[in-house]
Design a protein around this ligand. Structure first.
Ligand code: G3I
Length: 368
């Protein structure tokens, strides 16, 4: 709200934002689909920013903790399990009928110093990892539908040279345990909550490339060993103007579903725009968001798209890629951007198409 006052006879002028229905979550629910978002924590976001909270409740039917379910928040020291922030998100999600994704049980980042700088034997590190996963998964058993058990094992910049090691070397788990830490993590999660869906999550794999090939090989090998993996999370941190085509995105989902039988999701979508942000670039971003949602909705093994943030003002992009901006559907005033309307219009059209289809064609069935 911007109040122009002070001058005699000045009228209050407010820059109202559009909060009219229909809302993304209601349309998604009619399509048996989830449109969700990552949720921050603290005074600027959840649970203290009222506009952030109103928008979150109004527009989304799935949530994922942006960082409060990671080691960095839960494990300040060896003895402590700080579930508080995660508990708050779980209760909020239950109160607002939202699906919850768990993120993430094992990753090379957000590792507290007592682990990163620790001196653990292989067996000690395996016990540490298994204990963490067992306790955290059981804490929210039955409340978290699916977990990103392992995040970002494969490194960037693969050259395809013979004998090249595709794995990250900067992972404390790789260092202490060795490559089989991934298997230990998935097996621990499956034992802790046999009903939870277990995902491998990564970025830069949304089109056919060496990194995607390495992820495919990693997951294929684990599945061959009988490790329970239900799905692949394609994070979808895109740069506007370089978002894969509809055909590429579909082929990407098809590869992991058709060949490995996996569920597929876009788990952390944002589409950052090279500054200066213009109306033309926002229009291009709108088309790109529609493209991602269309591919996801049409895929029988995909039932969710989650954005990595509620609004442009609270996006990790602002600090990590300062030369880019405006990555999400809502601007920093929580007002709707062209991308929001493009997403909403597509969901509306898809509902009408399926209603029309009920008289005749197939359409929209999702695999269990
Ligand atoms: O807000 C607190 C502040 O109160 C506290 O004093 C400070 C001290 O550590 O932490 C602040 O929270 C930080 C938070 O970002 C908000 O800025 C956390 O430390 C920091 O770890 C956190 O970074 C997150 C990062 O993952 C590492 O966990 C980002 O929010 C989050 O967007 C980013 O998300 C990752 C996904 O998990 C995996 N895929 C890539 C994606 C982007 O990097």
């Amino acid at each position: 709200v911007v109040l122009l006052t002070g001058m005699p006879g000045c009228r209050k002028k407010t820059l109202e934002i559009d909060t009219s229905p229909p809302y993304l979550r209601d349309l998604a629910e009619q399509l048996d689909f989830y449109i969700g978002t990552a949720v921050g924590y603290g005074s600027a976001t959840f649970p203290n920013n009222s506009q952030y909270m109103k928008t979150l409740k109004r527009e989304f039917n799935a949530v994922v903790a942006e960082y409060t379910m990671k080691w960095g928040t839960i494990r300040p020291d060896r003895e402590t399990f700080n579930y508080g922030p995660g508990d708050e998100l779980i209760k909020f999600a239950e109160d607002n009928k939202m699906m919850v994704r768990g993120h993430t049980l094992a990753w090379h980042q957000s590792v507290p110093a007592w682990v990163e700088d620790g001196d653990f034997t292989r067996d000690e590190a395996i016990s540490l990892l298994e204990e963490h996963i067992d306790k955290v998964v059981k804490r929210w058993q039955g409340k978290i539908r699916e977990w990103d058990v392992v995040n970002e094992v494969i490194r960037d910049g693969l050259t395809g040279q013979p004998g090249e090691n595709p794995r990250r070397s900067n992972s404390v788990w790789e260092r202490f345990i060795g490559e089989d830490w991934v298997e230990f993590a998935f097996r621990a999660a499956a034992e802790a909550d046999p009903k939870a869906l277990l995902f491998y999550n990564d970025y830069g794999i949304e089109r056919k490339n060496r990194k995607q090939d390495a992820v495919f090989a990693l997951v294929e090998d684990l599945l061959a060993k009988g490790v329970k993996i239900n799905g692949i999370g394609f994070q979808g941190h895109f740069v506007s103007g370089n978002v894969p085509s509809e055909e590429e995105l579909k082929a990407n989902l098809d590869r992991f579903h058709d060949e490995l039988g996996l569920k597929v999701q876009f788990t952390e979508v944002d589409i950052r725009i090279k500054k200066p942000v213009t109306a033309e670039k926002l229009a291009q971003q709108a088309e790109e968001y529609k493209r991602v949602i269309k591919v996801a909705l049409e895929h029988p093994a995909c039932d969710a798209v989650l954005l990595w943030g509620v609004d442009d003002g609270h996006s990790w992009i602002n600090s990590s890629f300062p030369e880019h901006g405006a990555p999400l559907l809502l601007d920093s005033r929580f007002d709707r951007k062209p991308a929001y309307y493009a997403a909403r219009d597509y969901l509306l059209a898809e509902i009408e198409r399926r209603q029309g289809g009920e008289e005749g064609e197939e359409g929209g069935e999702k695999e269990e």
